[in-house]
Ligand binder design. Structure first.
Ligand SMILES: *Cc1c(COP(=O)(O)O)cnc(C)c1O
Ligand SMILES: [Zn+2]
Length: 372
């Protein structure tokens, strides 16, 4: 397989060895693959991590940096939440080296950075992406500056620092944090290893659906319920599903149902108003901080993915999040509030719709309760 970066705004192509993080026009970069081929026999079944799907990723044959960087991330269990809810499976994506699904993306992005010979990276995050990038950068021997909003949970800030990264606490909103990181990048301070901008992150998150494909022997569920802030899991899932579908490994693409916080819902608004672009929303405060992204940079692509799959956007009721967290803990799953929010939204949605059609759902448990 060969690839180029392609600007998703103006279509400009860039070579694979470029260090730029966005197009000259300001657009974000995607990966355009040529000669993509993947069959079941391409799964490296003796590799017990997301890199068993390496042949679906845009690396050349000799690429081996991942071997020193992988921590066995991925291959999360797919289990039933409750025997009385036979149509619902949960995928245990907090069973990861740093306890969130972000490790899927970070493992691939940092492996790519190593290949490019990067010595220092910069990234901004509201928490889990920062802990994940910091961990993998430390493991790869790459210096790392992480920018986080100053109100980020102390546990996550400490974890980032323990992994050896410099933590920059930024006053103001999540968007102010992104601006501060971007300024440092523009001053030449390091390579922008952003989970939002860098398309290799999505080559990692897409393994979420490759695993479901293997776990269910190709019988995909009717819908995936995906918490959505910047859309790194939603878009990764969409790209993976499209690949599996084009390769004839699955015969239909599940609906992608995005979950937003009712207190910060830019994608929900744009979706309901039939817009193509996402306007910045207000963030009036939510304990589902993992999805509280007022200005999702890939908003247009997120809307496209939801619409292309016949999906929709649903809201997490703020006043049900903590009770849902307790409910899930009683079932054995100790998750962070953002994950409880995903579940709360699904419950409300499922009760309303009555699920007469007997649809099958999968929900990811994205973040561990111990991190918050
Ligand atoms: C990052 C994260 C999300 C949201 O992912 P996006 O890429 O911002 O859409 C949801 N839940 C948890 C636990 C996360 O860490
Ligand atoms: Zn462009």
């Amino acid at each position: 397989m060969q690839f180029k970066y392609i600007c998703n705004t103006c279509g400009q192509l860039y070579n694979p060895d470029t260090h730029i993080f966005r197009c000259r026009c300001g657009g974000l970069l995607d990966i355009k693959k040529t000669n993509f081929r993947f069959s079941k026999s391409d799964i490296m079944t003796s590799e017990w991590s997301i890199f068993r799907y390496l042949k679906s990723m845009p690396f050349d044959e000799k690429f081996c940096f991942w071997k020193d960087i992988s921590m066995g991330e991925g291959l999360s269990p797919l289990v039933m939440l409750d025997k009385d809810l036979p149509n619902l499976m949960v995928k245990m994506d907090y069973m990861m080296p740093t306890l969130s699904f972000k490790d899927r993306g970070a493992a691939v992005l940092i492996s790519k950075a190593k290949e490019l010979g990067i010595k220092k990276i910069i990234q901004d995050s509201s928490g889990n992406a920062g802990t994940s990038i910091a961990a993998y950068a430390g493991r790869a021997g790459i210096a790392c500056d992480i920018y986080v909003p100053e109100n980020t949970t102390a546990k996550k800030v400490n974890q980032i620092a323990y992994h050896g990264a410099n933590v920059h606490l930024i006053e103001g909103s999540r968007e102010d944090t992104a601006k501060a990181a971007l300024e440092a990048v523009e001053e030449g301070d390091g390579f922008y290893a952003s989970h939002v901008y860098n398309p290799f992150f999505y080559e990692g998150t897409k393994t979420f659906v490759y695993e479901i494909f293997e776990q269910l022997d190709g019988n995909m569920p009717d819908a995936l319920i995906i918490p959505t802030g910047n859309g790194t899991l939603l878009l990764g899932a969409y790209y993976g599903l499209k690949e599996l579908f084009t390769m004839d490994l699955i015969d239909r693409i599940p609906r992608l149902i995005a979950v937003q916080s009712e207190n910060c819902a830019p994608i929900y608004k744009a979706f309901k108003q039939d817009k193509m672009l996402v306007d910045a929303a207000d963030n009036i405060g939510t304990i589902a901080e993992g999805i509280a992204i007022a200005e999702p940079k890939r908003g247009k692509q997120i809307l496209e993915a939801i619409r292309a799959t016949g999906g929709e956007v649903i809201l997490a009721p703020e006043n049900k999040i903590l009770d849902t967290r307790k409910y899930l803990a009683k079932k054995g799953f100790y998750v962070e509030p953002t994950t409880a929010a995903t579940f709360a939204a699904f419950f409300e949605y499922n009760n309303k719709s009555d699920n007469k059609s007997n649809e099958k759902f999968i929900i990811p448990f994205c973040g561990a309760g111990l991190k918050v």
